[in-house]
Design a protein around this ligand. Structure first.
Ligand code: NOJ
Length: 950
């Protein structure tokens, strides 16, 4: 035992020395599997090769027509896989559910495993295929369309056809032999499952069975990587399927990868193709590459396909290691062929037929949930580093922000704040009075976030370890003993949050009494929850570890991080009894569903220009897959960015939904004031710009929380019919605001080329220069400026007074920016609530539309929420609009306005205007001064032109 510990210590020391050396910055490829080193990946790719080589390849899978029945929207049947040259068959129960939302769900299981008629070499393990991904990931949208029954289908010996969807314009054509499924919309084929015959349910077989013809036997029953073995008690059990998107050139999604938004080919070498499949296996990848299909910390197996005129999507519900190959077949129209394979579990795939991306995102959100509406502070600016070393350090950093007049809301403490990496404790020498520290922050309405990692130091005197042992909530190894591995604190154990009692126990650890020194303004950062295990295979947990219910870690690996941050969020809510505030938890690992609970970030990026650039497609990709509350470490985690890079990073960061600066322990300090002027000023302006736009960000988050639309919108969502935009991933719209940003991500640049997807006028955000005409336009972007345009036709809201933190802005007045379209009209939407409680669920919010009618010369504000609880109205009564800036391209009307009538609550008063004449490509700008309308009530502004009202 001692020898093992000594070996581990040495290994840890070496890892640590290498980790901090920092001089050679490159991912350690050899720590992570390539496809050929993962036996099921190899086998599934080999199957694809065989299928491509054999003319007329047919998958040996057939749906038995006699087994088919349809009831209340669900088709069931038996797919038979023939093995041993047809001598035997394996029964695979099939369900195809036609959901009321128009989504179809296809599942395939394995009868023998279902019935437990198999033998395993480890009786602690469940015999079934893992079938609980749904339990953790899905929260709704599963009701089947009960109007579909056997009378609604057409069937003969060869095919079964089901018409479905809200308008019954979708069809599922199930070919019985070989088994395949075609999904048709309005008579056109869209998605085909098993188009290429790559379906593969690796059935259970005894170790001594006759090898399947053509199947690589290496690694079927055990395999090892980097000297670490995997006992694979259930033998091979991967599930694979090819999914073709007919006529679709672009596919997006399946984060998390540091790669472009439009997914590249992974086989067959197209333009910029990768040679490895995209991998989804949550991992702690040290110094990851900026252009790679390698796995990172999170996994969302949701893919969208987009073309002019329509969208489709698939959601592959599986929490095990998964790989996805992408190949494009270019003919008159390109078809994207994808090939998915997971190591274990059910085949469980949802097919979305749109017809728009928005509808697919909405349906996906119905299934896995929408982004939780965040507290306002959490979408403001966060200051982090590994580490702020003491409470004096925290106080000094905090004071410096005020000294430099830079707003910030949250300061973060990394692992060093604890007593020897024992989470939920404090290093008493450096943080002797955490209550006082939290109180001082609270006085300025600021928050603290403490890191709480999932590894628990194995120390009999540590209350968390004692509790984990006493409650028997520790993940087991394959022998049923508490699993021990190595992480920051040395020898550690991991809590199995799949156990309900682990969640209850975790809650009890975070009450204000139990978590000494904690307070209401303390929130939590769950890092390392892939989980990262320094001594484990691929720096994570062995796959044959055992969780609640006898499931192997293999089955739930990608879900594991989510159950941890879920427990933390529940614990934070629990500490405030029946009046909880919205929890804030940052998680590194995520899965489909994390968006309901936590924010995430893109992990340990590098402080270089390439990583700055790739952070944008990464954040966009997370966003379209539901996980919109994300950002990258501003400045880059590793390395020391130049002042220029840092300033540009702040400008990009001000557009991350989650905006946090962070840095590795070995980097130089880089808080915004340290670079000195002029750099500090640039960073300060980027942060202040974010604060001014917080109401618009919050409105975008509200939309995300209602129907899943991402806070940042890539061009294919904004201009779904304009093909040139589909591959663009370095510019984006902020929600529905019309703000189009293309932050600078290159060194020494003072202009960028922005792509415009329509013929509307676009106004430069800072000086109202007009850009018009579809295609590229050059926007001037010296170092003090983020290239931002406002698309004509939109109205958004700002709060222009600078405060030290976002809660201090609560009653500040608003400024409306009205950017007119080419016909002189504009509209917008606005959402506001208390920004911290759940009272909005009871209607305590303001939601309004703004409409500018160019012909009538009116700007109206109309409520979308009626009635609003009186208490909230009273509280917000004093909040006014202090300025309306109307930006018009040609603005004939705007030129002659000399006053404005204001109408609210049956009263009418007049206010002044001021306008700036257009000149040299600038828009006319009319400023309505202090209309003083209450934000909580409807109002109208009537522009007066000459002697007449317009
Ligand atoms: C890894 C995280 O990605 C990083 O942000 C953090 O600073 C370190 N762990 C130390 O906790």
């Amino acid at each position: 035992m001692r020898a093992t510990t000594a070996r581990l210590s040495l290994a840890f020391l070496l890892t640590f020395i290498l980790a901090i050396a920092g001089s050679v910055i490159a991912v350690k490829q050899h720590d992570f599997k390539k496809c050929h080193q993962s036996s099921f990946c190899r086998r599934n790719r080999q199957l694809a090769d065989r299928a491509a080589e054999v003319p007329e390849w047919n998958a040996p899978y057939a749906l038995d027509p006699a087994s088919i029945s349809v009831d209340s929207g669900v088709l069931t049947g038996a797919v038979l896989k023939s093995i041993n040259g047809g001598a035997e068959t394996v029964e695979l129960p099939l369900t195809v559910s036609f959901l009321a939302s128009g989504v179809a769900r296809v599942t395939l299981d394995e009868k023998k495993r279902q019935l437990g008629e198999i033998e395993l070499n480890n009786d602690r393990i469940r015999k079934e295929r893992y079938n609980e991904a749904e339990k953790w990931s899905i929260v709704g949208g599963l009701d089947a369309d009960s109007s579909i029954d056997s009378s609604a289908i057409f069937a003969n010996d060869e095919v079964t056809v089901v018409k479905y969807g809200p308008a019954k314009n979708f069809e599922a054509v199930i070919t019985h032999s070989p088994f395949s499924l075609k999904f048709i919309r309005d008579g056109e084929e869209q998605v085909v499952l098993n188009d290429r015959g790559l379906i593969n349910m690796e059935h259970w077989r005894p170790r001594d069975s006759t090898p399947e013809e053509g199947v690589d036997q290496d690694g079927l029953f055990d395999e090892s990587f980097s000297g670490k073995s995997d006992t694979k008690p259930r033998g091979p059990e991967s599930v694979g399927l090819d999914i073709s998107f007919i006529g679709y050139d672009h596919v997006f999604g399946i984060p998390e990868h540091a790669s472009p938004l439009s997914l590249r080919e992974t086989r067959g070498g197209g333009d910029g193709a990768y040679d490895e499949p995209y991998r989804l296996y949550n991992l702690d990848v040290f110094e990851y590459e900026f252009d790679s299909p390698m796995s990172l910390y999170g996994a969302i197996p949701f893919m969208q396909a987009h073309k002019k005129g329509g969208d489709v999507a698939v959601f592959w519900l599986n929490g095990a290691e998964t790989w996805i190959d992408v190949v494009k077949k270019r003919a008159e129209k390109t078809t994207t062929q994808t090939h998915w394979f997971s190591e274990s579990g059910l085949l469980d795939v949802f097919v979305f037929l749109g017809p728009t991306a928005e509808e697919n995102i909405k349906s996906y959100s119905q299934l896995t949930g929408t982004t939780a509406l965040p507290q306002t502070f959490s979408i403001a600016y966060h200051q982090c580093r590994w580490n702020y070393l003491s409470q004096d350090d925290v106080a000094q950093v905090d004071a410096k922000f005020d000294e430099h007049d830079i707003p910030y809301d949250v300061i973060w403490l990394d692992v060093e704040h604890t007593d020897g990496k024992r989470y939920l404790t404090w290093d008493e020498a450096n943080f002797p009075e955490p209550e006082k520290m939290l109180e001082a922050l609270d006085k300025k309405q600021r928050k603290l976030v403490n890191i709480v990692d999932p590894h628990i130091k194995k120390d009999d005197d540590y209350h968390v370890y004692q509790g984990a042992k006493a409650n028997d909530v520790i993940v087991k190894d394959n022998n049923g003993n508490n699993y021990e591995g190595w992480c920051w604190p040395g020898s550690s154990v991991w809590v199995d949050f799949f156990k309900p009692k682990a969640v209850d126990w975790w809650k009890s650890l975070m009450t204000y009494d139990a978590y000494k020194g904690s307070a209401k303004n303390l929130y939590v950062w769950n890092d390392m929850n892939e989980p990262a295990v320094f001594s484990g295979p691929e720096i994570t947990m062995p796959k044959d570890n055992i969780h609640e219910g006898g499931w192997e870690h293999r089955d739930i690996h990608n879900i594991n991080g989510m159950v941890f941050h879920n427990a933390t969020a529940l614990a934070l809510m629990n500490r405030d009894g029946d009046k909880p505030l919205r929890p804030f938890v940052l998680t590194r690992s995520f899965f489909a569903g994390t968006q309901r609970i936590s924010a995430s970030w893109t992990g340990d990026n590098l402080g270089n220009w390439e990583h700055l650039a790739v952070s944008i497609p990464m954040v966009l990709s997370n966003g379209i897959a539901g996980m919109t509350f994300t950002g990258a470490d501003v400045g880059g985690f590793f390395g020391n960015p130049s002042p220029e890079l840092l300033a540009r990073w702040y400008q990009v960061g001000a557009f991350y939904p989650f905006f946090r600066a962070h840095a590795h322990i070995d980097t130089k300090r880089r808080e915004p004031w340290l670079a000195g002027e002029p750099w500090t000023g640039y960073m300060k302006e980027a942060i202040r710009g974010r604060y001014r736009l917080l109401p618009t960000w919050y409105t975008a988050f509200r939309r995300a929380s209602v129907d899943g639309m991402p806070v940042l919108r890539p061009m294919y969502l904004a201009f779904p019919d304009v093909e040139e935009g589909f591959g663009i991933d370095d510019q984006f719209f902020l929600g529905d605001s019309g703000i189009l940003a293309k932050p600078v991500t290159k060194e020494g640049v003072d202009s960028v080329s922005v792509w415009l997807g329509d013929e509307q006028p676009y106004y430069d955000y800072s000086n109202y220069d007009v850009h018009q005409g579809k295609g590229q336009t050059i926007v001037y972007a010296p170092i003090d400026k983020t290239p931002m345009l406002i698309q004509g036709g939109n109205i958004f809201v700002r709060r222009d007074r600078s405060r030290r933190s976002s809660p201090a802005m609560k009653y500040d007045p608003f400024t409306l920016i009205v950017a007119l379209d080419k016909d002189g009209n504009a509209k917008g939407r606005f959402y506001l609530d208390d920004g911290e409680t759940f009272d909005y669920n009871g209607g305590a919010y303001v939601e309004r539309t703004f409409t500018f009618d160019g012909k009538k010369g009116t700007l109206r504000s109309d409520s979308l929420n009626d009635p609003v609880p009186a208490e909230y109205l009273k509280n917000m009564e004093r909040v006014r609009v202090e300025k309306v800036i109307i930006v018009g391209a040609n603005g004939q009307q705007l030129g002659d306005v000399h006053a404005v009538d204001v109408l609210q609550g049956g009263k009418k008063w007049e206010t002044e205007v001021e306008y700036v004449k257009s000149g040299d490509g600038k828009a006319r700008v009319l400023t309505v001064r202090d209309p003083a309308v209450r934000i909580t009530e409807d109002w109208t502004l009537q522009l007066r032109v000459g002697k007449n009202e317009l």
